[in-house]
Design a protein around this ligand. Structure first.
Ligand code: UD1
Ligand code: UDP
Length: 372
């Protein structure tokens, strides 16, 4: 029987890998082993509980205010023993975190084949996003199976010289995770607080935005909120203390903003679906909001998710205070501009990515996902 090990460590990896864990566990010809690095602790555990996934191994590496060195050495030191003991036929990693890169590197050292879920996303600027662009490019050199979420991602891999027979277009597993989360009858005290006002949904965490860029992003949002009493912002804040420090400084005493602890993914999708607008530097939220027809202002200079830009739902606004301020205001004040951005589309998958990946690993026929 083929032994598949999945290794992941942060919230977004878990959200996108748990549907795959559950799919693989349902296949009789595969043995599934789960190892978490716990690069994130509390935020990871919330997702594991939601999807009822109990890891076989937990490296428990998270440290407060960890550096890239801390994560790299933590994973490298912990994973070796697990890989040597289990000797899986394939190790699946996801996306572009440091857990992902270091696990793939460790598999390379032990000559264990790697399968890369969400392969081929690119900005081609190794400092943006940082360190994610380097991480995912490096994993593509190592990986044997490249599970590309979209045709664009597959094209990137082909252009870089990856072999066509090792590239599979599957759709993104986040769309699998979204199949059962949004409910018509969903309620939450924060949504009751928003009432009939416009819900502005905010998240931010990127390492390259910490400090001054984040201060500029938050100042722009604060200025617009102060001028638009019909808006209520909900901001489930990342647990990174460096993010919390800037948020407290800029949003302190802002009556139109509720900064809350991270919410469950089930709640997060329901909040997104009911939002008027989302402002974020997150990767995953750029994939989720287009399905709900919710416009997203992406507070980054680059994106590896051009599909949402082409579809018109995402707009890159960088971290310049005036640009964010003006674009945010325009969407509130110009209905035509808003309507052009707010139409539902699904450029990232059809909800069957996990099934396709499991079929490929079982050696079964599979049909590539094609966007409509
Ligand atoms: C990490 C990933 C990033 C991904 C993001 C998703 C790297 C280098 N970065 O960035 O690619 O987009 O996760 O959120 O792989 N913390 C807690 N509890 C938690 C999680 C974090 O206290 O459950 C705090 C800790 O102090 C930790 C800090 O947040 O040191 C930063 O966590 P880290 O994983 O280093 O960076 P992220 O910005 O979360
Ligand atoms: N998310 C969540 N709770 C929150 C904020 C975000 O469950 O309080 C989910 C969100 O729906 C998305 C993912 O976390 O699926 C995005 O994670 P994050 O922004 O931390 O990382 P990125 O996608 O940028 O790597």
């Amino acid at each position: 029987m083929k032994k598949i090990m999945l290794v992941f460590g942060t919230r977004p990896e878990a959200i996108k890998m748990c549907p795959l864990v559950n799919e693989l566990k349902s296949r009789q010809d595969l043995q599934t082993v789960v190892c978490v690095t716990a690069q994130h602790r509390q935020m990871l555990d919330r997702v594991l509980e939601t999807f009822h996934v109990v890891p076989d191994y937990d490296l428990n590496i998270m440290k407060n205010r960890q550096t890239l060195f801390d994560i790299t050495t933590g994973v490298l030191n912990g994973i070796r023993e697990v890989l040597e003991k289990e000797r899986p036929d394939v190790v699946l990693v996801h996306g572009d975190t440091s857990t992902t890169f270091v696990t793939a590197l460790s598999c390379f050292y032990l000559q264990i084949p790697v399968g890369h879920v969400e392969a081929g996303l690119r900005t081609y600027d190794i400092y943006s996003p940082y360190p994610e662009e380097f991480n995912r490019e490096a994993v593509s050199i190592i990986s044997k199976y490249n599970f590309a979420p979209t045709p664009r991602a597959a094209e990137n891999l082909l252009r870089e010289g990856r072999r066509a027979e090792n590239i599979y277009i599957t759709g993104n597993t986040v769309i699998d995770a979204m199949q059962h989360t949004v409910r018509e009858d969903y309620t939450h005290p924060e949504l009751e607080w928003v009432g009939k006002d416009k819900l502005i949904f905010i998240t931010a965490h990127r390492r390259e935005n910490l400090g001054e860029p984040m201060r500029r992003m938050f100042r722009a949002i604060r200025r617009v909120l102060d001028e638009h009493p019909e808006c209520k912002a909900v901001y489930p804040i990342h647990m990174n203390p460096a993010v919390r420090q800037v948020a407290e400084e800029v949003f302190g005493y802002c009556k139109q903003m509720h900064i809350i602890e991270p919410i469950d993914v089930f709640d997060c999708h329901n909040f997104e679906a009911r939002s008027f607008l989302c402002l974020t530097d997150s990767g995953g939220i750029q994939e989720e909001c287009p399905s709900y027809g919710v416009p997203v202002l992406v507070m980054r200079d680059t994106t590896e998710r051009p599909e949402g830009i082409d579809a018109g739902t995402l707009k890159l606004v960088g971290t310049n205070e005036e640009k964010i301020y003006k674009t945010f205001k325009l969407l509130l004040e110009n209905k035509d501009v808003y309507d052009r951005m707010s139409h539902a589309c699904n450029p990232y998958g059809d909800g069957n990515a996990s099934k396709r990946i499991a079929d490929i690993l079982e050696g079964k026929e599979f049909s590539a996902w094609q966007p409509a």
